[in-house]
Design a protein around this ligand. Sequence first.
Ligand code: FES
Length: 103
Amino acid sequence: MKIDIKNHDLQVDGTPALSLLNNFLVSQSPIHTVCGGKARCGCCRIKISKGQESMSKANEFEKVRLGDVLLQEGWRLSCQSYALRDLEVFMPKGKDLEDFCSP
Ligand code: FES
């Protein structure tokens, strides 16, 4: 599957066998993680702009960390989510990232 990271002008190949975070790490995409994928830091947050229907359902960690409003807006923790087909995502950087990434 293709993951189009629109705001970084980057398209990477991914596999449904890995979480989105691991797909980003394998492809050396500019994703951030402090907790290493344990759903604690929130730094791996991305917003799905296309392909929402191919995403895994939000798990309890995402529900607690993000809440209903952000989930409904398309935000996900990439360390907790998987996709079956192509996606288009927004990957925060700079000030956007600092606002919710807790070390
Ligand atoms: S990597 Fe820390 S919450 Fe996903």
